[in-house]
Unconditional design. Structure first.
Lengths: 343, 249
């Protein structure tokens, strides 16, 4: 919760992780290179006071996560990404099985995401079905650039991806988060493209596609698509981290998103633990679009827009009644601790 | 050969995605010449930078340097990149991208290169429009002018109208626009419209605001990506610094 304009605002972090990037988990040099690259992102945009030592960044504790998100980070709920990367990490980077341990401890705090990979083929249908039936999976996080059995990526418009999306319909999964962001090993021009979202969004109008990292560095292509497709949303993770050290770029990105995509279709995300939400949420609550951008685009980042982006939009997608959820959260161990802190 | 001549050539190699020189971006880590051979070491913002872009830059380095008289072989190395081996040896021996990654790359890079030439053009066109506008040109003047009305003197340029001229703007802004416009094969005649979209269409007065807004989104993306790449390259230095420290200890 954060106060904006005298009003309490419910915060859903649309993009968070609980990973194990420690050397014990590295399968090969890729694991090491992966976590180092994440740490470069952390250093590149974090304000000095929010920088962690590399040791902690590789593997942080449940206590760290609870404090950074909920006790200090103003976050009420988190959309929990599952990222497998089994070719880089022996036990996976942050699988839904691992994340589930934390979800069990704080069931009302998380929206757990699973995943599919069309390269599993038909043989993977059962695995996927079991994942959704055995775990409280409410959304999916897809990585079209992930390596698998010698393949270095896939597209959402692949016929087998469509078979899985049909299965999502059947299983009642409506929200599909797709990593379309900084590129990892895209060899063909299509693998790093955002246009496959366009096809899938048109053919599955009853599903929602949240494009994580707003397609950066393909923000412009993403904007054209999101403008046309009612069910395409902007996930702010990575873009949001520009807010402290590169505020002008953040403002320009926001002005574009507000103009092309609109305030009802933007979801806040911190990408924890690449960045901690505290400084991002606080800066966002205070942030004003510069006058020249307001004039040029005819948009504004009003308190109402901030409320929607920070929590209301994600709550709507996941069918969360904010008032009821607040009451529930006040009773859980974290809610009680927050109340004790405030007293 | 003077080192400065080699550097001047390298200046011409652009990061295709960021539309900026690899020298300005700080990607060139080393440049060594031994007779007719040159060795260039590139350091990119991440270990994972897309191999297709990396190939375009590395191959660009080879091509611009072998254009120089007396340079016969160019070895391009990538520091700390997951595909260092393939790209370094492939580019050095002049093999195509598809030959390097036969099972993974489905097409050659021309289409990709073209797509990013277009994005770079969008940025250069917008910069030109903004510069001329702030030098006093009206939107009507901009859409009605032709290329022949651009006047270039040294580092400055003007838009010449019947009775007066608008400017000056920096000559580099005009040059960058004209170079890319020619690269895209767009009309370059004096009577060709001053402002052309990448597909060769002139911009109608009533479409100008909307078209500029589209160009603007491309430019915001380009600049934010450049800022991120620069920050990442800066962050990356830490690993080399700490390794150096370990060696000293």
């Amino acid at each position: 919760m954060i106060t904006i304009d005298g009003q309490e605002v419910f915060v859903i972090d649309g993009h968070m992780h609980f990973w194990d990037g420690s050397p014990q988990n590295w399968r090969n040099q890729w694991g090491e290179a992966w976590i180092k690259c994440f740490y470069d992102y952390h250093l590149a945009l974090s304000p000095k006071e929010a920088v962690w030592p590399f040791e902690k960044f590789m593997k942080y504790s449940v206590d760290d996560l609870v404090r950074d998100l909920f006790l200090e980070g103003h976050v009420d709920m988190g959309i929990f990404n599952s990222t497998y990367l089994r070719e880089f990490f022996t036990n996976g980077f942050n699988t839904h099985e691992q994340n589930y341990a934390l979800v069990q401890q704080y069931p009302d705090r998380f929206i757990l995401c699973g995943s599919f990979d069309p390269r599993w083929g038909e043989a993977g249908f059962d695995t996927f079905r079991r994942m959704v039936e055995q775990y409280p999976i409410r959304g999916l996080k897809l990585y079209t650039a992930e390596w698998y059995n010698g393949s270095r990526g896939w597209k959402l418009s692949d016929p087998m991806a469509y078979r899985y999306l049909e299965l999502c319909r059947e299983l009642g999964i409506k929200n599909i988060h797709v990593h379309k962001g900084p590129t990892v090993y895209p060899l063909s021009k299509d693998a790093f493209d955002v246009h496959d979202i366009d096809y899938a969004a048109t053919d599955f109008p009853d599903l929602n596609f949240i494009v994580e990292h707003v397609g950066l560095p393909r923000l412009d292509d993403f904007c054209w698509i999101a403008k046309q497709e009612k069910n395409v949303y902007a996930g702010l993770a990575v873009a949001s981290a520009f807010i402290a050290t590169r505020p002008r770029y953040f403002a320009e990105i926001m002005a574009n998103l507000l103009y092309w995509v609109g305030e009802d279709k933007i979801l806040f995300g911190s990408d924890y633990a690449i960045w901690t939400p505290k400084w991002i949420v606080e800066a966002f609550a205070r942030f004003e679009l510069p006058e020249d951008l307001k004039q040029e685009y005819g948009v504004d980042l009003t308190p109402q827009a901030k409320r929607k982006i920070l929590g209301e939009n994600a709550a709507r997608l996941y069918g969360i009644d904010i008032a009821a959820q607040k009451a529930k959260l006040a009773q859980d161990p974290i809610g009680q601790q927050l109340a004790a802190q405030a007293a | 050969m003077e080192q400065s001549a080699l550097w001047a050539q390298l200046e011409r190699v652009l990061d295709p995605e960021l539309d900026e020189s690899i020298v300005r971006l700080g990607f060139v880590r080393r440049l060594e010449q031994d007779g007719s051979s040159v060795r260039v070491v590139l350091r990119l913002p991440t270990y994972w930078c897309s191999p297709n872009f990396v190939y375009l830059m590395a191959d660009g380095v080879r091509r611009v340097l072998t254009e120089l008289p007396g340079i016969e072989s160019v070895r391009v190395e990538l520091e700390e990149h997951f595909a260092s081996e393939e790209i370094s040896s492939g580019v050095t021996s002049g093999r195509s991208f598809r030959e390097l990654f036969p099972t993974e790359a489905q097409e050659e890079l021309d289409e990709l290169r073209y797509r990013f030439l277009v994005k770079g053009y969008a940025s250069r066109l917008l910069v030109l429009v903004q510069a001329l506008r702030s030098a006093g040109a009206s939107d009507d003047e901009l859409v009605e002018s032709s290329l022949g009305q651009l006047e270039h003197t040294g580092d400055l340029a003007w838009l010449v109208l019947d009775d007066r001229r608008r400017g000056p703007v920096r000559g580099r802004i005009v040059e960058r626009y004209l170079v890319r416009r020619a690269e895209l094969g767009l009309p370059m005649l004096p009577e060709s419209p001053l402002l052309l979209l990448a597909d060769g269409q002139p911009i109608a007065r009533e479409r100008l605001t909307e078209e500029l807004r589209r160009l603007r989104a491309t430019v915001v993306n380009l600049r934010a990506s450049t800022a991120l790449c620069e920050a990442l390259l800066h962050s990356r230095q830490q690993w080399w610094q700490s390794e150096r420290k370990e060696v000293w200890q």
